[in-house]
Design a protein around this ligand. Structure first.
Ligand SMILES: [Zn+2]
Length: 308
């Protein structure tokens, strides 16, 4: 069954290694072409994430460098990989092609310059998370004790996301900002988050947040991080399915998807160690849900909630 994975950090690893990792088959990449094919991934989102220790004035260049690696290492060396820059072209992929979508994890790299964000849109960024775990000029992340909501600049960015028909990603944002995004964003999404009711980690969503996303026609893509999946920190596929089941009980059966976080995690759910293993989750899901429902989780729910 074809998979759409809303989050991976392969570009971060390739950038950290200055391009010295083969996207085709490097063992060090959880997300490489060989593994995507084996896992039947049809569309893979690639996050631009700049580590917070990079100086502010160097962050935008680092984002551009990651996009350059996306072109040279992911696309140009692998003709099967096709960048999706507008939603309509998702449907023009050939059967042997894998779609690749750029996303932004935290707008720290644009500083206070909205023009930089427009440049990133022009380069194909189609989903924008306002924060990572810390604060920036638009909002606070979940790791910021202050927990502030959106600045005026943050509200401007959400409006810009709306006008460009981009998703606004709430996966790392503090709760106050989350509720403001729900008010303002036309296309809210949690690209890699689980349920706080099942595993009370700060990165997970409360039932109220999940319900608000579903009511706003948004999506929740569950993340394969053991820390966000089971309280013990060691997690199985069954533990991950508990999150899917809980989101279903809140009415989200048609608004749940997958967001692995491969290459951004060092620990793995047993049976979901890299992108070649997605079908282990699908096979387990098929024991509990109809084929139609599982197809929804695997990718169709995402396609049915694309910005229009
Ligand atoms: Zn993340």
């Amino acid at each position: 069954m074809n998979i759409i994975d809303l989050h991976c950090d392969a570009l971060l690893k390739i950038w950290e290694r200055k391009g010295d990792l083969s996207f085709r088959d490097s063992e060090e990449l959880d997300t490489n072409l060989q593994r995507l094919k084996k896992g039947k991934v049809k569309i893979q989102c690639f996050a631009i994430f700049i580590p917070p220790e990079i100086k502010s004035e160097e962050q935008f260049q680092a984002a551009l460098d990651q996009i350059d690696y996306f072109h040279t290492e992911v696309l140009e060396k692998n003709p099967e990989m096709k960048q999706i820059k507008d939603w309509a072209s998702i449907y023009s992929l050939n059967s042997n092609e894998i779609g690749a979508i750029l996303t932004l994890e935290g707008v720290d790299c644009i500083g206070n310059d909205v023009q930089k964000l427009r440049i990133l849109y022009q380069l194909g960024i189609r989903s924008v998370g306002l924060t990572w775990n810390f604060a920036n000029l638009v909002a606070d992340g979940v790791g910021e004790p202050r927990g502030a909501g959106l600045s005026s600049f943050g509200k401007e960015i959400v409006a810009l996301n709306n006008s460009y028909k981009n998703f606004t990603d709430v996966s790392h944002i503090a709760e106050k900002g989350f509720w403001e995004v729900i008010e303002l964003a036309n296309y809210p999404i949690a690209s890699h988050s689980n349920s706080k009711a099942i595993c009370p980690h700060r990165r997970n969503l409360t039932d109220q947040q999940a319900l608000a996303l579903f009511q706003k026609n948004g999506l929740i893509h569950v993340v394969y991080h053991p820390l966000f999946t089971a309280n013990t920190g060691q997690a199985t596929i069954t533990d991950l399915i508990r999150h899917i089941e809980h989101f279903c009980s809140l009415g989200g059966v048609k608004q749940i998807g997958l967001g692995s976080d491969f290459d951004g995690i060092d620990d793995y759910i047993i049976g979901l160690e890299d992108a070649s293993k997605h079908q282990n989750l699908i096979n387990e899901l098929l024991k509990y849900y109809t084929e139609d429902e599982v197809k929804g989780f695997a990718g169709r729910n995402f396609l049915e909630h694309l910005p229009t």
